[in-house]
Design a protein around this ligand. Structure first.
Ligand code: GDP
Length: 204
């Protein structure tokens, strides 16, 4: 299955968030993680093309970058996207304190808290490092706000099977989640399973 992405806009303020007229009310999926977690690589692996580079162009790194994902291509492309992908700025290495978005520009928290179309948050955690406090705080935020989220473990190819199993166990325990889906942007392992999860989001 292939969805073709169309870059919509970069938002640095709540007033920029795409309107229903632009998204056709399609469900939105947000991608979040610490800087360097492998977010751009994973988005590119999911979409099969280099779209996430758009997000790293200067001025867009601190923005929410919205992409419309369309079924079909060319003439057969439907007007209403199947999904909207929201690529959020990576958070820093320091912990996220008090307000989840305290290190982030102030439009991030309203997006995560209030955006009606937000159907799923994909929280990326690196399987190659121990569980991070900042990741836990983000996960707690979604728990507290009752927002649907999924935890995805990146760079799984770098670990042996047993080391990966250990890492996933530690991540589940520390973040108190039932599941961490391992993926690799390098080998595409887990990418199909992640797609299946993304395509199963509730229409809002
Ligand atoms: P971002 O800052 O979260 O967007 O992270 P990037 O996608 O730019 O990746 C950060 C670094 O991790 C880069 O050096 C990537 O090549 C590397 N990386 C990302 N994903 C993978 C992966 O699945 N496997 C491996 N081995 N390296 C990865």
């Amino acid at each position: 299955m292939r969805l073709s992405p169309v870059f919509l806009l970069s938002a640095t303020n709540v007033v920029h968030f795409p309107s229903q007229a632009k998204t056709f009310g399609a469900p939105e999926i947000a991608f979040l993680g610490r800087s360097n977690v492998g977010k751009s690589s994973l988005i590119n692996a999911l979409l099969g093309e280099k779209v996430a580079h758009t997000s790293s162009t200067p001025g867009r790194t601190r923005a929410i970058n919205f992409f419309a994902l369309h079924e079909g291509t060319g003439e057969r492309k439907r007007a209403r996207p199947a999904l909207i992908l929201a690529d959020l700025p990576g958070y820093g290495y320091a912990k996220i304190s008090k307000s989840v978005a305290s290190e982030w520009p102030n439009f991030i928290e309203p997006y995560l808290r209030e955006r009606e179309a937000l159907a799923l948050a994909v929280c990326l955690v690196d399987t190659n490092i121990p569980p991070q406090k900042s990741d836990r705080q983000l996960i707690d935020f979604f728990r507290e706000t009752d927002r649907p989220f999924v935890v995805v473990g990146t760079k799984a190819d770098r670990l042996s099977n047993s080391a990966l199993a250990k890492s996933l166990t530690a991540l589940k325990r520390e973040h108190e989640v039932d599941d961490v889906l391992p993926v690799s942007a390098k080998t595409s392992a887990g990418v199909k399973a992640l797609w299946a999860r993304l395509m199963s989001v509730d229409q809002v």
